[in-house]
Design a protein around this ligand. Structure first.
Ligand SMILES: Nc1ncnc2c1ncn2[C@@H]1O[C@H](COP(=O)(O)OP(=O)(O)OP(=O)(O)O)[C@@H](O)[C@H]1O
Ligand SMILES: O=c1[nH]c(=O)c2[nH+]cn([C@@H]3O[C@H](COP(=O)(O)O)[C@@H](O)[C@H]3O)c2[nH]1
Ligand SMILES: NC(=O)CC[C@H](N)C(=O)O
Ligand SMILES: [Mg+2]
Length: 514
């Protein structure tokens, strides 16, 4: 994205890092998230107009805690430290950070605001802010000025004499800090002098330019599932490089009922030529006897890549593989060294990739969230019927059949899932729900059907609401609809005699069961 002024966000492992990126984009400025220890590398590659240091779970004075690269502070770029980021600035410049006697979590109010503050311009004393810290700055670096305090925290924010380095102990990126957007705007506009000129339209333009530069005369194969992300990615790349793009759609035998036919006809209508690979036997063969969820994911990730490599031999000069990877796929799969965020599950398209791969990756949506991808898709003119499909994971029904995957179990789950979705659509709920599906449990229970004893599988219905999939709550489908779904599944699908409803949120559960 070399032509665009951007904000470099250095991630110290906060749960909110991705929210910072969003807020910056919402303020009309492009941003990129990099690991905390790769800041200088990013700066030397492409100088940012401003830097934000995220929060993080560690204590800056602790052994092996993620440290701020000292040169960042003298790079001449305006810097905003948030929570751990503020503590890192104070610690690195000779201030003092210590464990607090009174830890502060949740609501707090700024009892004092320094009228000289550039960052807090327009914010009134008493403003609510959201806190989440157990450590405190006890002494400021030389020359720095305190710009606000709460009852428990003397140094709730500070600024350097020239106002270009500042920090806030509270979290301006969360909605519970009502003035957070103003504070971030003050930083971006007043302190860093950035203009709000980033939009989805400019994203399309710069991304296309960037892809054309990178690809040159080479050809690109694209992994297309027919889902939201890869459909948007394919249309974007097609705009950038035209016929040098070869989308490949793989039937891994783990798709939903009739999905392969539907995807083929949708893209035929859109006038996009697909390379269709029916590899159901290959995937199901590899997965035989495997029950460990992480093993399933890795096997599927590797098999996908092998197929893409094999297929790419059918086209001339293929050097790249394009995928519809999004930011949440990355953050939940990767944990970088010394750091902070944990691996939750290996998304097949990120951590599931084999170590040696002959194709270079192109992932133009890697920094975006699903709702942003949907608005990008709308900007590209993609129909709502594609953009508003529920997300469906690449490993497909493999992570919804707990225990061993067999062709019979796949068929049972496909039927049950199709009934649930059909009834959810009929009830007019499809678009209110982020994702709904059925999970087949490796548990059997006793039932009675037509005076006969049955001993069959239990199915779980899951429906969640979310905006980006990073957090989610279970969706309250009305009892009447639940009743119809359960009734139809038990009556129409042989092999299931009991349906339960999953009422867990994420966290502490996840959306998929594996
Ligand atoms: N059956 C498939 N054939 C080819 N590529 C696939 C397939 N399934 C997944 N992929 C690749 O893996 C990526 C990640 O899958 P993921 O499910 O997150 O995205 P999606 O399918 O494009 O969108 P959605 O999240 O809406 O389902 C896809 O963007 C695509 O590049
Ligand atoms: O393409 C994908 N490959 C995967 O390996 C994968 N695992 C989870 N998901 C989807 O990601 C979102 C969050 O899921 P979890 O709460 O289960 O982690 C939900 O939308 C999941 O469906 C995946 N998508
Ligand atoms: N949210 C944060 O960044 C917390 C920073 C640090 N771990 C503390 O507890 O004070
Ligand atoms: Mg998908």
């Amino acid at each position: 994205m070399s032509a665009t002024a951007y904000v470099l966000i250095l991630d110290f492992g906060s749960q909110y890092t991705q929210l910072i990126a969003r807020r910056v984009r919402e303020a009309g400025v492009y941003s990129e998230i990099h690991p905390y220890n790769k800041g200088m590398e990013a700066i030397s590659r492409n100088a940012p107009a401003a830097i934000v240091l995220s929060g993080g779970p560690a204590s800056i004075y602790g052994q092996a805690s993620p440290q701020l690269e000292k040169e960042i502070l003298s790079a001449g770029v305006p810097i905003l430290g948030i929570c751990y980021g503020l503590q890192a600035i104070a610690h690195t410049l000779g201030g003092r950070v210590e464990p607090a006697d009174d830890r502060e979590y949740g609501r707090a109010n700024l009892s004092y605001i320094n009228p000289n503050s550039w960052l807090l311009e327009g914010i009134r004393p008493g403003a609510q802010v959201w806190m989440s810290h157990g450590d405190k700055v006890m002494m400021l670096p030389e020359g720095f000025e305190v710009t606000s305090s709460t009852e428990d925290t003397a140094f709730a924010s500070f600024e350097s004499p020239d106002h270009r380095i500042c920090g806030v102990q509270f979290h301006p990126e969360v909605v519970h800090t009502p003035d957070g957007a103003t504070i971030l705007q003050n930083f971006l506009r007043k302190i860093a002098g950035l203009k709000p000129d980033w939009s989805m339209a400019s994203f399309i333009e710069t991304t296309c330019e960037h892809i054309r530069d990178r690809v040159g005369d080479a050809h690109v194969v694209a992994a297309l599932s027919g889902g939201v992300d890869s459909s948007v990615m394919v249309v974007l790349l097609h705009k950038a490089i035209g016929d040098k793009l070869h989308p490949i759609f793989v039937n891994n035998g783990l798709l939903r009922k009739n999905e392969a036919q539907e995807v083929l006809s949708t893209f035929e209508d859109l006038g996009v030529q697909l390379d269709y690979v029916d590899a159901a036997d290959r995937f199901l063969g590899q997965l035989r006897g495997v029950i460990d969820p992480e093993k399933k994911r890795k096997i599927i990730g590797q098999e996908f890549i092998r197929i893409f490599e094999e297929e790419s031999a059918r086209f001339p000069d293929v050097k790249f593989l394009a995928q519809g990877t999004l930011y949440p796929d990355v953050i939940e799969s990767v944990s970088f060294k010394g750091g902070p965020s944990a691996t939750i599950k290996t998304h097949h398209n990120v951590g599931g990739l084999p170590e040696r791969m002959n194709l270079e990756l192109i992932e133009p949506l890697r920094e975006l969230f699903k709702d942003e991808v949907r608005s990008l898709g709308a900007e590209l003119g993609i129909p709502d019927s594609i953009l508003w499909r529920h997300p469906f994971p690449g490993p497909g029904l493999a992570v919804r059949i707990l225990g061993e995957i067999t062709p019979e179990r796949v068929a049972v789950l496909q039927e049950a899932d199709a009934i649930a979705i059909e009834e959810i659509r009929k009830a007019g709920l499809y678009r209110n729900i982020w994702q709904a599906f059925v999970v087949l449990l490796p548990v059997r229970s006793v039932g009675v059907m037509g005076d006969e004893r049955t001993y069959e599988h239990v199915a779980a219905l899951r429906a969640v609401e979310a905006t980006d999939g990073m957090t989610a709550d279970w969706y309250p489908i009305p009892h009447e609809t639940l009743g119809v779904i359960s009734n139809r599944i038990i009556n129409e699908v042989r092999g299931i005699n009991r349906v339960v409803y999953d009422i867990s949120s994420k966290p502490p559960s996840t959306i998929e069961w594996e």
